[in-house]
Design a binder for this molecule. Structure first.
Ligand SMILES: Cc1cc2nc3c(=O)[nH]c(=O)nc-3n(C[C@H](O)[C@H](O)[C@H](O)COP(=O)(O)O)c2cc1C
Length: 182
């Protein structure tokens, strides 16, 4: 017996993706935005796709600068993740509001977020709008992760070194364990 799921929440059946705190920068203006509609989109070169609503400052700054950073938060910064997904940088300075600290990027201009366990610095290679969100395709130019959190894959050893997954609305999960197939 299966119950019909309303189309309005049907996409929650194919989440949970890893949550990203997307940092953006253009002419000295920086911002951070929570984005969970994110997926790998190419292996060589490595591409990441973000679905970003055109009303956001994130959208504006990616379009103008051609760069973004995907920062991977943990449960330790869950409140900040919600704040960065509820407020717009058009209205408030989310770094000041949340206490998220900036760290130096390696190859792009948008800053890294110190409290995150991994960072993918990306250069925009394409953008298209199939529906009400824009798909930004970024090529990974530099990536780094905490040792002890990631070695060839996420290690999933404890909650403070696991990425967050967004289930929909204000629900999140973390993966229980890593399982090796034969
Ligand atoms: C958990 C979570 C996930 C979100 N995922 C997305 C997303 O994938 N794409 C998007 O456009 N907005 C997403 N949002 C909403 C934006 O983060 C929100 O509109 C934000 O206020 C935009 O900020 P900005 O204007 O500073 O860029 C999400 C919000 C939350 C709380």
């Amino acid at each position: 017996m299966k119950a019909q799921i309303p189309n309005s929440i049907a996409l929650r059946l194919i989440v949970p993706g890893v949550v990203g705190l997307i940092t953006t920068e253009y002419r000295g203006r920086t911002n951070v935005t929570t984005v969970s509609w994110m997926m790998p989109a190419g292996r060589e070169p490595p591409l990441v796709a973000l679905a970003v609503h055109p009303s956001t400052l994130c959208h504006d700054l990616i379009k103008r600068s051609g760069e973004f950073v995907v920062n991977i938060p943990t449960i330790d910064v869950l409140n900040q993740v919600m704040t960065c997904g509820r407020l717009s940088g058009n209205d408030v300075d989310k770094f000041a509001r949340t206490g998220l600290a900036l760290a130096e990027p390696k190859v792009v201009r948008p800053p890294l977020i110190e409290q995150c366990i991994a960072h993918l610095e990306c250069a925009l290679v394409n953008a298209f709008q199939p529906g009400d969100h824009t798909i930004f395709l970024g090529e990974v130019a530099y990536a780094q992760a905490e040792e002890g959190a990631f070695e060839e894959t996420w290690l999933l050893e404890d909650k403070t070194t696991k990425p967050l997954h967004h289930l929909g609305s204000n629900w999140f999960g973390v993966l229980e364990e890593r399982i090796e197939a034969s």
